[in-house]
Design a protein around this ligand. Sequence first.
Ligand code: OAD
Length: 238
Amino acid sequence: MDSDVAALKKLVDESSNIVFFGGAGVSTESGIADFRSVDGLYNQEWKYPPETILSHTFFERNPEEYFRFHRKKLVVDGAKPNKAHLRLAELEQEGKLRAVITQNIDGLHQAAGSKKVLELHGSILRAYCSRCGKPYDADKMNHGTGLPRCDCGAVIRPDIVLYEEPLDDAVLTEAIQLIRAADVLIVGGTSLNVYPAAGLINYYTGNKLVLVNLSETPYDSYADLIIHKKIGEVFSQI
Ligand code: OAD
């Protein structure tokens, strides 16, 4: 085992108050493209940049194009939890991990068995009416054709946080509390470019901040341990 991974294993072995904070890089080994890597969603050819398509204004003005992107790019059929998701679920069961805080909307942490999952950006596995709020089956929204419509006539939308929309206050507050109280904070598979999520790291006051990410991030200089390796491979060894 490489020394950086061994150092992470030691921190994990010795702690019972670990919090994990992750992003799209946690799911790439499950076959879901991240946003900002060279082959990520933001580098593919679309008429509009995905950051625009995934905005509240765009959803309101051009729901057809939003759903074309949503069904083609956000919904990945058959994706299964990878070694990172599975090990995180085990660490929770072992009483070592307090929570997973994720920017992902794919539900793979829950599919792996994690119980305490804070979804900062919501989930494409839930849907509701954009006008009256009535909940709907996400499967129909994710796989149908045309615009999904509520009985009231308005468009059904995924329960995700689009750009220009605020994060859920209760989720954000709980994430801050967990990070503040954490002994070890492992941050993985996120470019730490999108706020307010990225700013959560600033609430950690301990001296065991671990970053596991393929590429460099703006927070590398704050980390006590940096591992630039694939997260699934790292987590399968700890
Ligand atoms: P990004 O695509 O910005 O960053 C993913 C990071 O994961 C990159 O830095 C990659 O180098 C790294 N990475 C990829 N595969 C990896 C692997 N197997 N192991 C380790 N690292 C890996 O994704 P996020 O930071 O999650 O928001 O993006 C944040 C938000 O931007 C998303 O939640 C989404 C997006 O716009 C909304 O839609 C609101």
